[in-house]
Design a protein around this ligand. Sequence first.
Ligand SMILES: Nc1ncnc2c1ncn2[C@@H]1O[C@H](COP(=O)(O)OP(=O)(O)O)[C@@H](O)[C@H]1O
Ligand SMILES: [Mg+2]
Length: 299
Amino acid sequence: MVDQAERLRLLAEKMKQEAKQKGATRARVIAVTSGKGGVGKTNVTTNLAIAMAQAGKRVLVIDTDLGLANADVVLGVTPQFSLSQVLKGEKAIEEIVVEGPAGVKLIAGGSGFQELISINNPRLSRFLSSLEAMEEMADIILLDTGAGLSKNVLSFVLAADEVIVVTNPEPTALTDAYVTIKAIVKKSPSARPKLLINRAGDEEEFHSAQSRLVKVCQRFLGISLDVLGYILDDPNVSRAVKSQKPFLLAYPGTPASRCLKRLADKLLGAPVSKTTSEVKGVRGFFGRLVRTFSSSTAS
Ligand SMILES: Nc1ncnc2c1ncn2[C@@H]1O[C@H](COP(=O)(O)OP(=O)(O)O)[C@@H](O)[C@H]1O
Ligand SMILES: [Mg+2]
């Protein structure tokens, strides 16, 4: 008998084939994650989205943080619906997207991602076909994830084309970042997470923090960590959050904004890194997500 998990796997396989045949330009899906909580993922994701939008890209942020979803607060928008309604067939993707500053689009995940596990086959099929709309609205999709190593967080991270691991320079955060990188590489040996040090006091602090992580990753995981750079610790970040405005717009000349723009330039200039993912874009992403979810329901 074909069980639910098997059906999901077959469907994911079908999507993979379809996406391959289509061969269209796919959105670049970048997950922003961390080991420790509160290190700045949401601020990095939302401001990076704005910087990329200012550079002429169409950017979509998906808030996948199931516990502490707050990308909407930082962007100053209020989504009324989430992916849940799309999964239930009540809304189209276009109806749940809200537009924030600089034309950045936001989709709230809500409990939608958890519902992917239990959704029935025809509905899932419909949902997956509607993803095309998501692809059409974005060149870059940034996923704001939760912290830590829960199954949910790891599923998003492993399904993305690229992963940015954010940490601050404190030893506790660095240790947790290492644990996260290790978990990613263990599950997906060819993945190359990119490291971003947020809240660095100065360049020297950044260098010593990154070199510690680079060394342990080389020594114990046998990988050379891709270091993206740093964002300075800057009181204007907190001020901007309080006024519900991304710091890049509220304080464009502040040190954190200058670092952030450099980060965006680097990411946009860099050739898209090779990852384990066979199919890029939204379909590839959701296909892999469904596969990870279904493998967990099977075991
Ligand atoms: N570069 C920075 N400089 C100063 N404070 C920062 C910086 N980045 C983040 N913060 C502070 O940390 C808080 C938590 O950031 P947030 O992006 O919500 O973290 P996470 O999404 O990882 O939980 C922010 O509200 C802000 O006050
Ligand atoms: Mg957050």
